[in-house]
Design a binder for this molecule. Structure first.
Ligand code: GLN
Length: 195
């Protein structure tokens, strides 16, 4: 096996994990569905998918999972989408809940209200290749970003895709569109970190 092929896990406790794994595999990664903390040992990077962040937290209470994952997200490349973004954030509101606090942002859960709780929108993006289609499902809103956080796309002026060094996060579901640019960006970032 090529030692440079990134081994990327997708946290598979609940939520939209399958499609992430398939997309990353199609782009050239070796993917693992992570259901036990020990599986993190051999991985170069991790995706924390969308779902329900409170349910993730409940599952993570199991035997050392929270602590192992917490250690992982503090040193390795991680891509959090929607609920995953909430778990990585420094501050969570509506209501407040625990998080790994590694991404210097504040997020408000379910911030777009009932009428707009699911939406497909398009944003200008700093990614090459033109506007980005974004699928939002009971999405959080990023209400504050620290100085090391770069915004790559927005919704009504709030960042929806951000990067902070080896961390990438989206408040939308990039796995639900045909556009592979966001996953490609993550893969490039992971390869960069492996050098
Ligand atoms: N509303 C969910 C939460 O607060 C996130 C929704 C999603 O991941 N699509 O965890």
């Amino acid at each position: 096996m090529d030692p440079k092929t990134p081994a990327i896990g997708v946290l598979a406790l609940q939520g939209a994990f399958d499609v992430h794994a398939r997309r990353l595999a199609a782009l050239g990664a070796i993917t693992t569905l992570v259901r036990k903390p020990g599986q993190l040992d051999t991985l170069d990077a991790l995706v924390i998918p969308g779902g329900e962040s409170t349910t993730f937290l409940k599952h993570l209470e199991r035997a050392g999972f929270y602590d192992t994952l917490n250690a992982f997200v503090h040193i390795k490349p991680v891509f959090g989408t929607c609920a995953g973004c909430i778990l990585l954030a420094k501050e969570v509101s509506n209501p407040h809940q625990p998080s790994f606090g590694v991404l210097d942002i504040a997020v408000e859960r379910n911030a777009y209200g009932r009428q707009n709780d699911s939406a497909i929108l398009t944003s200008e993006t700093t990614l090459a290749g033109g506007p980005l289609e974004m699928v939002f499902i009971r999405a959080p809103r990023i209400t504050r970003t620290g100085p090391n956080v770069r915004s790559l796309a927005t919704r009504d002026g709030s960042p929806t895709l951000i990067r902070q060094g080896r961390l990438l996060a989206a408040t939308f579901h990039p796995e639900l569109t045909e556009d592979t640019r966001v996953h490609q960006l993550f893969l490039d970032l992971v390869r960069e970190e492996m050098k």
